[in-house]
Ligand binder design. Sequence first.
Ligand SMILES: *Cc1c(COP(=O)(O)O)cnc(C)c1O
Length: 393
Amino acid sequence: MNTKNLGFNSKLIHGGDFEDALGSATVPIYQTSTFAFKNADHGAACFAGESDGFIYTRIGNPTIGALESQIADLESGFGGIAVSSGMAAVTTIYMGILGQGAHIVSSAAVYGPSRVVMEQHFSRFGVESTYVNSENIEEVRNAIRPNTKLIFIETPANPTMGITDIEAVCKIAKEHGILVAVDNTFCSPYLQKPLDLGADIVFHSMTKFLNGHADIVAGIIVAKEETIYKKLRTMMINMGCNMDPHQAYMVIRGLKTLGIRIDRAQENAIKVANFLENHPKIEWVKYPGLTSHPQFELAKKQMNGPGCMISFELKGGVEAGKILQNNVHLAILAVSLGGVETLIQHPASMTHSKMDKDSREKAGITDGLVRFAVGIENVEDIIADLDQALSKI
Ligand SMILES: *Cc1c(COP(=O)(O)O)cnc(C)c1O
């Protein structure tokens, strides 16, 4: 079926370039490592790229391919490259775009390992990096060097909820012939479409919203243009960062409800953010849907909604945060986000603990910051749980 002109939620159900010979209503799991060629010439044609036939699952697989085409369409890109995890997406992009002597400019507040793998490992191969507060567009512009090959941004940033102006960054990048990659994990294409705003590459930890059920780890990259798509696809294949067919099936299944899951979680998040902002034991709340968010207007402009992630700091800092984490019952004390369940975690001692304290503070990740991922439970229960835990402080 041609799904090109369908709405977003219809594409979630009917998208993906896949037709099953037996008429299966869902995409079957092709749990196979390899594919038989019809004859010697067909095998040679597959390897020469002259036939669309499948060869070997690390290179391509029908179940994985269905997911890749579906998400590429949702992100308005040329093609998708499914990978084993969000971090496999990050390393595939770094490996595919950067080389010895290259330089990257990145948001300082990014997913912890995205920064750690650059500063501690890619640096060993001669890749240089500058981490800036990308909320300030001048910092991005000033960090560009003649050897800058990639601007890497995450917005809203993890875990500070700072917003980077994607369109403005892409404009600067174009002036210098630099590519832009955007980590869209916190939004999903339901809330934000970086390729439409000028980015060249968008990627996700599909572990989060796209799969949405906290039961697998997966990632995907979508490139806007064919040349970049091919470059990154080759890198994924050669490095072996591929997804497994069963993993792809799980994401295709979870993806169907992305729209209604985010609608509900976001509705809950707005209420939870308001509750927290008015609570006497809370120092500050950062949520793009609150007018107190410094980039409230920018968030409204580039996102279709404020999302489901909230950061806040308690009066009493780290100690108070610990009491809260130890006393919630409904919210699960766990890293990750984007699932149907509400999660709470402490970035300075958990997701961002491998970053040095100085970089952490410069990136706005204070020791007392708590990250709250709002799920789709009844909002009264989420708020009651927070309320009773806050009363223990
Ligand atoms: C979780 C996450 C990643 C890494 O994804 P994995 O699937 O855990 O490898 C990258 N970026 C963001 C914003 C994330 O939340």
